[in-house]
Design a protein around this ligand. Structure first.
Ligand SMILES: Nc1ncnc2c1ncn2[C@@H]1O[C@H](COP(=O)(O)OP(=O)(O)OP(=O)(O)O)[C@@H](O)[C@H]1O
Ligand SMILES: O=P(O)(O)OC[C@H]1O[C@H](OP(=O)(O)OP(=O)(O)O)[C@H](O)[C@@H]1O
Length: 208
């Protein structure tokens, strides 16, 4: 049976393609994709390229069997599908960051800007603090620099973006990496094919 895979396009796609190739998938059509979004050349694997949050939508609605997506998105959307494998690529972490003069002990209710309101809410709930959250779509680092927010919750990899915008880390929240998730019904119906792909990917991860 054909496995239908939704792969997060962009950064995740680039990092995961070598692993998928090692696991036996012909990834050349994706490497030479131009503006194509759907790849049905291989009878074993049909692949689509989508934005991370949409990967989960395709999976939740049963349009796709397998999703390859960052754990940031899984955690933010409280993923209801089976999280089967940490691909150990796309590794970064969530932090609380702000300008040097930020006081984490300030008595006024904090305003936090983020692309990830649920992850932010969860973090402040665990430390017993009530904060106001402003949802931002990107370049979140701007928010404390222009007085929109007291601090941000965002992803950090190398730390370059924080450094170049004169921001510092005040708390480490949780790690992020790319995961393979499987639609619940697909796992029952295509168990052999899915387990084979997972085993091949596990081998590829170990060889890396
Ligand atoms: N700086 C980073 N380093 C490593 N992985 C990252 C970094 N930023 C994001 N990621 C991971 O890669 C995934 C996709 O990020 P990417 O930046 O390609 O898409 P995006 O956040 O939707 O941005 P864009 O709107 O530019 O497409 C994220 O969900 C996250 O898991
Ligand atoms: O620590 P670094 O290596 O500098 O990486 C961190 C940056 O990468 C991500 O942004 P992205 O490039 O996805 O752009 P965005 O701000 O539009 O989300 C993240 O939101 C940070 O801004």
């Amino acid at each position: 049976m054909t496995l239908k895979i939704a792969l997060t396009k962009g950064r995740t796609e680039k990092q995961v393609l070598p692993l998928l190739a090692q696991a036996g998938m012909d990834v050349e059509p994706i490497r030479n994709k131009g503006r194509r979004l759907i790849f049905n050349d291989d009878p074993k694997y049909h692949t689509i390229l989508a934005k991370g949050p949409d990967v989960l939508t395709y999976l939740n609605r049963g349009a796709m069997d397998i999703g390859i997506v960052g754990s940031d998105i899984l955690d933010e959307q409280r993923n209801p599908q089976y999280d089967m494998l940490d691909l150990r690529t796309g590794r970064c972490r969530f932090v609380l960051a702000s300008t040097a003069n930020f006081d984490p002990g300030q008595t006024r209710r904090k305003i936090i800007a983020t692309k990830y309101p649920n992850i932010t809410q969860d973090y402040f709930a665990t430390i017993g603090e009530d904060v106001e959250i402003i949802k931002i779509e990107g370049s979140v680092e701007l928010a404390p620099l222009v007085g929109l927010a007291d601090a941000i919750v965002d992803i950090v990899e190398t730390g370059t973006t924080l450094r170049e915008n004169h921001l510092q880390v005040f708390a480490e929240l949780r790690p992020v990496s790319t995961h393979l998730v499987v639609n619940r019904l697909a796992l029952k119906q295509k168990q052999v094919e899915i387990q084979t792909l997972i085993q091949n990917l596990q081998k590829a991860i170990q060889e890396d």
